[in-house]
Design a protein around this ligand. Structure first.
Ligand code: GLN
Length: 615
């Protein structure tokens, strides 16, 4: 096992996660099996422990400070809780690894200080330390090393072989108090793992203050000095900068940071994250990795990597655009919808369109905003009206639901392509019941516990006593109950699918019969037919709701079918695409089971899109 530790210097938020994922992509394209571990030095056990109920209370007290989507406390930069197949609620960076490497990670691939301490304290309670004093060094640091070594071995793609390379990203920056036990653990670990198996990449910032326009190396020098002071020496210094770094600057970093010039790599701001692996590869890091870690690489112009190059090029050449309105809560905190944004972008790129995502705060669509700030209200409605497609993503709490319901009405009646995800689907069902059935008072018990028409209800097994762990989480099966379903076709005409969930409420199965013979049907259900998982509206170009979160399994080269459908409908290509699938059922863009099959390199949509002449 080769371990690549990625640390950060100067400030956080400079793209360490993207760089670490990109390195994984490059190594994977060299034919190696790669896994990833993200370390978040905060004390929470995971990102999902913040109860939506508490969150709602907080939200009422301090509007604008809380996230719409369960912020991981202690990690203020994050917004979205990313959900894994095993139901792990983790930092959104794990999503980058899954997307870049096309792998499926587990909750133990996200280490937090809380998890490590919990593990050590449990051992202490069991008496495993035989009454000795339990200390940060060696007990916490040993636990960190053991965790990393055990988790690195767990296969993460559909093949059962152990990974060969484990990329470990240490969150935060060198010098943070919270990160110290982890740095110390890796200082010890480099000797345990041996030099040829351990590699440190330090991602730093080279600022360019506008006063002089000069690229400054001092912050990088200082952070490398801090890193060395803690006993780790960088094998590669990756400098983030706004413009390409000049040779003289590179040489200066090399000289002051005690590394060869070829160990200084520059990643300047680029048009898309797809460009990052390409930039890294162009600077010759494969050769360096190969030699330093003695990697079994022979030739690396793999098909996978050329696909990345082609994707980055295509992204820059996109001419047509498609505007999608995302109607959510606190849309200023864009990270809340990171995976939704990515999933939309994957689909847009697959059909050669630039994504023009318009964030709308659902409250701005409500009468209250009309009364208080009419300009804001009209601007929000104007955005909604010009959108080619509308998405209402997941969310918690009653605030802003009225605006979401209005956006859904607009999409339904004006026949604008619509995708409702989780809460978005629940609201679409409520909207339909209120306006098309005789159920004017239909509501969710989440918003009105004593509603006379509880159309969306608390799940029976829901246990409100605990914080965290009370949701239906992770990969669950949805069975298509009819052949006549758009999503079924988009998924490649499969009888069932498995997607990730994160919810507490669901459509009340005892009221589903009201929808019989109506335009809205529940085409996907759980295996017992009790849980409504997918809705579709007939007599509409694309009106789809899903109880699951398909965005978590969307990949750049395997866009998520519900999102792809939205983009195809929004650009007017859905019918041609469906005909194409019917014509060549053996060679649909998302072939049978492709969305969850093994990592087949040739699953990119481009050939089929070329057939469709979407250029
Ligand atoms: N609040 C809703 C529920 O708990 C929806 C959750 C979500 O959108 N993720 O069921």
């Amino acid at each position: 096992m080769k371990y690549i530790l990625v640390t950060g210097g100067v400030i956080s938020g400079i793209g360490k996660g993207i760089i670490a994922s990109s390195i994984g992509t490059i190594l994977k394209s060299c034919g190696l099996r790669v896994t990833a571990i993200k370390i978040d030095p905060y004390i929470n056990i995971d990102a999902g422990t913040f109860s939506p109920y508490e969150h709602d209370a907080l939200e009422l007290e301090t509007p604008g400070t809380a996230s719409c989507f369960n912020v991981g406390p202690g990690n203020p930069s994050s917004g979205e809780v990313f959900v894994l197949n095993d139901g792990g609620e983790v930092d959104l960076d794990l999503g980058n690894y899954e997307r870049f490497l096309d792998i499926n990670l587990y909750k133990d691939n996200n280490i937090t200080t809380g998890k490590i301490y919990q593990h050590v304290i449990n051992k202490e309670r069991r008496g495993d330390y035989l009454g000795r004093t339990v200390q940060v060094v060696p007990h916490i640091t040993d636990a960190i090393q053991e965790w990393v070594m055990n988790q690195a071995k767990v296969p993460v793609d559909n093949n059962t072989e152990e990974p060969q390379i484990c990329i470990i990203e240490l969150g935060g920056t060198i010098g943070d108090i919270e990160g110290m036990p982890f740095v110390e653990a890796f200082r010890q670990f480099q000797f345990k793992a041996k030099r040829e198996n351990f590699y440190n990449i330090h991602v730093s910032l080279v600022p360019q203050p506008s006063a002089t326009g000069e690229q400054k190396t001092k912050p990088t020098q200082n952070s490398v000095r801090a890193l060395r002071g803690l006993g780790l020496s960088p094998d590669l210094i990756i400098c983030r900068s706004s413009t390409p770094i000049e040779m003289a600057v590179k040489e200066k970093i090399s000289m002051f940071c005690h590394v060869n010039p070829e160990q200084v790599i520059c990643i300047h701001d680029v048009s898309s994250t797809y460009r990052v692996p390409v930039l890294l590869e162009e600077q010759g890091i494969i050769k360096y990795f190969k030699e330093r870690l003695d990697l079994p690489i022979c030739g690396y112009s793999s098909y996978l990597f050329s696909n990345w190059k082609c994707m980055a090029d295509r992204y820059e050449r996109l001419q047509k655009s498609c505007s999608i309105a995302l109607v959510g809560k606190y849309t200023k905190l864009r990270d809340c919808y990171a995976s939704v944004f990515k999933a939309l972008e994957h689909s847009a790129l697959a059909i050669n369109h630039k994504l023009n995502l318009m964030y709308i705060d659902s409250i701005d669509l409500e009468p209250i905003t009309k009364a208080e700030d009419p300009v804001k209200f009209h601007e929000a409605w104007q955005k909604l009206c010009i959108a080619d497609g509308i998405i209402v993503p997941g969310g918690f709490g009653v605030r802003g639901t009225l605006g979401k319901l209005q956006a859904i009405s607009w999409a339904r009646t004006k026949k604008i392509p619509f995708l409702g995800v989780c809460l978005g689907m629940q609201l679409a069902v409520i909207e339909f019941a209120r306006n098309c059935l005789d159920l004017k008072d239909a509501n969710s018990t989440e918003f009105e516990p004593n509603t006379p028409v509880p159309l969306v209800i608390d799940m029976p097994e829901h246990n409100p006593g605990n914080l965290g762990g009370t949701m239906r989480l992770g990969l669950r099966r949805t069975v298509f109950v009819t052949e006549n379903s758009l999503l079924r076709t988009l998924y490649g005409d499969v009888p069932f699918i498995e997607e990730r969930h994160r919810h507490r409420f669901e459509v009340n199965p005892s009221l589903v019969s009201h929808f019989d013979q109506k335009d809205l049907s529940f085409v996907g259900q759980d295996i017992d037919g009790k849980r409504m998982e997918i809705i579709e509206l007939t007599n509409h170009p694309y009106f789809v709701g899903v109880q699951f979160h398909p965005e978590f399994s969307s990949r750049p080269m395997k866009p998520s079918p519900p999102y792809l459908g939205l983009l195809l409908a929004a650009t007017g290509h859905l019918d041609a695409y469906l005909q194409q699938i019917c014509r060549s059922s053996t060679r649909g863009p998302l072939r049978k089971n492709d969305w969850n099959s093994d990592t087949s390199d040739d699953s990119f949509l481009e050939p089929t899109m070329a057939d469709l002449e979407i250029s």
